[in-house]
Design a protein around this ligand. Structure first.
Ligand code: IPM
Ligand code: MN
Length: 342
């Protein structure tokens, strides 16, 4: 039985890299029945619609969603900031309860050794709460006395299910190490909830060694000694920022993949590269599809196709595929290697 996959190519280089991910999945022999959804900046500019409820309901029926990238070109005046981010991507994350953002970082082999050394760690980013929840608003907008607040929502339930997922993951990895990243010295309410929850769940996983880093210090460690990390768990905004940095030190953001997961499996999970729509390189063949391809492999793994996923992971680890090859040439090469892998 093929898996029913919804494809949201999205904007900019999104459709280009998503296509390569499908090409590589096809080479594994895993069959997908792909339905394309026209969502993103173009659709909004044409129709004024971002994600109609009817479309959201249709998406609920799929086994998984593969997304290229969404977002308007920087400076695009016709689309107010946040329209697509909040209206499409975050709406999907919240409505489908994709409460884990699972982001692996593995330095691919390269003829030029990375100045950060080789890393192999995973950031588990809480994906439905924090400052992303949209709590807040304006008072006296447009006046000199204007007030804007943007609160951070942290529920015991939301923090615990995220922390537990991270412990379960750490317990399955050889190093069995988990670092909580927060800012407990200043965010004494949310940080306290995170720390207490983390300590509470830790007692169920005596085999997992734990540490704690403040997020500012974690940025230094990420650059100076990222090998210390095995699994990191953190809140939504810290995770957003830290994973761009993690991408930059592990081969570049063109390699950073993510799974927006609903581990309770009450609906489809969504897989997408960490990078954005990169409108400036559309059509040039410069986009590295590695991140989208790894996201496709994460999708296969989550669907239970571990063997196919492992083939893709191992080929992605062999090379950074960024020396003079175009987007589709990289896809062809990886697909060919996947077909030849036994
Ligand atoms: C990411 C992106 C999104 C985020 C944006 C596009 C809403 O930066 O997936 O990391 O902030 O989560
Ligand atoms: Mn981001």
């Amino acid at each position: 039985m093929p898996y029913n996959v919804a494809l949201i190519g999205g904007d900019g280089i999104g459709p280009e890299v998503a296509q390569e991910a499908l090409k590589v999945i096809d080479a594994t022999g895993v069959k997908l029945d792909v339905t394309s959804f026209d969502l993103g900046a173009d659709r909004f500019l044409r129709t004024g619609e971002v994600l109609p409820d009817k479309t959201l309901d249709e998406l609920r029926g799929f086994d998984a969603i593969l997304l290229g990238a969404v977002g308007p070109a920087i400076g695009s005046k016709d689309i107010p900031a946040g329209t697509l981010e909040r209206g499409l991507l975050l709406k999907l994350r919240f409505s489908l309860d994709l409460y884990i953002n699972h982001r692996p970082f593995i330095t691919p082999k390269s003829p030029i050794p990375s100045k950060f050394g080789d890393v192999d760690f995973v950031v588990i980013r809480e994906n439905t709460e924090g400052t992303y929840a949209g709590e807040g608003g304006f008072l006296r907008k447009g006046t000199d006395a204007e007030i804007a607040t943007q609160g951070s929502v942290n529920t015991k339930f939301g923090v615990e299910r995220c922390v537990r997922y991270a412990f379960e993951l750490a317990a399955m990895r050889p190093r069995k190490h988990l670092t909580l990243v927060h800012k407990t010295n200043v965010l004494t309410f949310s940080g306290d909830l995170w720390q207490r929850t983390f300590d509470g769940v830790a007692s169920d996983f005596p085999e997992v060694e734990t540490s704690y880093n403040h997020v500012d210090a974690a940025c230094i460690y990420m650059v100076e000694s990222p090998q210390r990390y095995d699994v990191i768990v953190t809140d939504n905004l810290f995770g957003d920022i830290l994973t761009d940095l993690a991408g930059a030190i592990s081969g570049g953001i063109g390699h950073a993949a993510s799974g927006n997961l609903n581990p309770a499996r009450t609906g489809p999970s969504l897989f997408e590269p960490v990078h954005g729509a990169a409108h400036d390189i559309v059509g040039t063949g410069k986009a590295n599809p590695s991140a989208a391809i790894r996201s496709g492999a994460l999708m296969l793994e989550f669907l239970g196709e571990r063997e196919a996923a492992n083939k893709i992971y191992s080929i992605l680890g062999e090379s950074s595929f960024d020396q003079g090859l175009t987007t589709s040439q990289i896809g062809d090469l990886i697909a060919e290697r996947v077909s030849n892998a036994d």
